[in-house]
Design a binder for this molecule. Structure first.
Ligand SMILES: [Zn+2]
Length: 242
């Protein structure tokens, strides 16, 4: 059977997620595989992750502005490892993303400007993650991106002010939601898993002990595979139009 991502021509793929490091964590191996298949990938991140403090990155050592700048740098480096072409930062405050009409309009503008064939985001209904409660920004980003795609992006009657700005309606052909418990597509991305790991390691401010982090990531292989011969998967809810 054909792979669901076996597109016959190069696709333009727009990835809309909340934070720096979300693209790599949620679906980095898939994005790396697509970049190597000559598809053009653009990231659009809603926040700059300016509250991403942890044991090694503490508020007393780093202001939110400095952390924001660090995270831009790290994200650009990670995107380069993945093979993404560019990163668009919307720089909303970390932790406060709300899927309201202003954000929807902003994302409709991005979609109409970039005209992606494929839009990647995350599942807004994924409340319980393996690590606890899924971050509200993740859910809000997924909700805002899906609401922007349908019914607004392809319909000129929505946000007519954007048409006045010169942005014509555009509808992606496919939407891929990562970070989901409602997957209908599972990709074996074992081959590009090491690239995902290398890209994740660019987010140095977010990683405490590199060895422990690497071990934890390596242990996330499929249940049916073993440490000696691990297989890795990334799952998506895919919606196809037309
Ligand atoms: Zn995140």
């Amino acid at each position: 059977m054909d792979q669901p991502d076996a597109w016959p021509t190069p696709q333009k793929i727009l990835v809309i997620l909340a934070h720096p490091d979300d693209p790599e964590f949620f679906c980095g191996a898939t994005l790396a595989r697509w970049a190597r298949a000559k598809h053009k990938i653009i990231y659009c991140l809603l926040t700059c992750g300016d509250k991403g403090y942890n044991d090694t990155t503490k508020p007393e050592d780093l202001s939110t502005d400095e952390l924001c700048a660090t995270r831009h740098r790290e994200q650009n480096a990670a995107a380069k490892v993945i093979g993404a072409e560019s990163v668009l930062f919307l720089d909303h405050p970390d932790g406060y993303v709300v899927p309201d009409l202003d954000l929807r309009r902003e994302l409709v503008r991005v979609i109409r400007k970039q005209k992606p064939d494929v839009l990647v985001t995350c599942d807004p209904q994924d409340l319980f993650a393996v690590y606890g409660i899924n971050h509200p920004d993740h859910r809000a980003a997924g909700q805002a991106a899906l609401d922007a795609v349908f019914p607004a992006a392809g319909n000129a009657a929505y946000f007519p002010e954007l048409s006045t700005e010169g942005y014509e309606p555009h509808m992606p052909k496919e939407v891929w939601c990562s970070h989901t418990n409602q997957a209908n597509v599972t990709l074996d991305i074992t081959e590009t898993w090491p690239i995902k790991l290398e890209a994740l390691l660019q987010h140095r401010s977010q990683i405490g002990d590199i060895e422990k982090f690497t071990e934890r990531m390596k242990s996330r292989h499929t249940e049916s595979s073993r440490d000696e011969n691990p297989r890795y998967e990334e799952k998506f809810r895919v919606i196809k139009y037309g």
